[in-house]
Design a protein around this ligand. Structure first.
Ligand code: MD3
Ligand code: FE
Length: 204
């Protein structure tokens, strides 16, 4: 089921379900090498979401701000390689939404517990905003909000469920968005948490 939620934004309901077992196994391997940790906002506050990355570039925060780094600052090692399951799902979903040839070089992993949320923000740390972002929701459902190009624009809400994939490109790429809260029961496999993968082209 494909739902167009913006001029160049598509919600591909359940697209990840066919790859669920491989995604979850690969996710566990990545998180063993690069554990989840709380990043810090630009304002110096600890984010309620926990984050890790895989691929050539990983998203990091420091007192100097946000940046993509080739090295996990916590281990001093390169980020784990991006598993084929994640890379291929990103490329396939982008293609289905009209972005042929998307080759992600970074996968940001966010973990939400029932009390976690993510305030409205834009994703502006990537070098090329013509490249889409593909998001994969796993585990508990979430109330996702997305607005316009100005923070004060009206926001719409969308429920994201286990297995849903969203592709954001073109004029929708810089929309403000966030996660208001998690919804309803714990997930049978993942328990009381939500994992969101975002496949990105961070550089080049
Ligand atoms: C709309 N993550 O990691 S995914 C983030 O559910 C982030 O963890 C949320 O926002 C999450 O930056 C939302 C959906 C998403 C991702 C990127 C976008 C929506 C987007 C970029 C532009 C517009
Ligand atoms: Fe974001």
């Amino acid at each position: 089921q494909q739902l167009q939620i913006g001029p160049q934004a598509w919600l591909l309901r359940g697209l990840a379900l066919a790859h669920e077992a491989e995604l979850l196994a690969d996710l566990a391997t990545v998180l063993q090498q690069a554990p989840l940790r709380h990043m810090v906002t630009r304002g110096g506050r600890r984010m309620s979401v926990q984050t890790s990355s895989c691929g050539a570039w990983g998203w990091t925060s420091s007192p100097n701000g946000y940046a993509y780094s080739a090295v996990d600052p916590q281990s001093g090692l390169p980020w784990p390689a991006m598993p084929d399951s994640m890379r291929q799902l990103g490329t396939m979903a982008a293609q289905a939404a009209g972005f042929a040839g998307f080759a992600p070089d970074s996968c940001l992993i966010n973990q939400y517990l029932p009390e976690s949320k993510m305030g409205l923000h834009q994703d502006r740390d990537e070098s090329d905003f013509t490249q889409p972002i593909v998001s994969v929701s796993l585990g508990m459902s979430a109330l996702f909000m997305w607005g316009g190009l100005a923070r004060s624009d009206k926001v719409q809400t969308v429920h994201l469920h286990h297995g849903d994939v969203v592709v954001w490109g073109g004029q929708d790429r810089l929309r403000f968005h966030g996660v208001r809260r998690l919804l309803g029961p714990a997930h049978p496999q993942l328990g009381p948490r939500r994992i969101n993968l975002t496949l990105r082209r961070a550089r080049g």
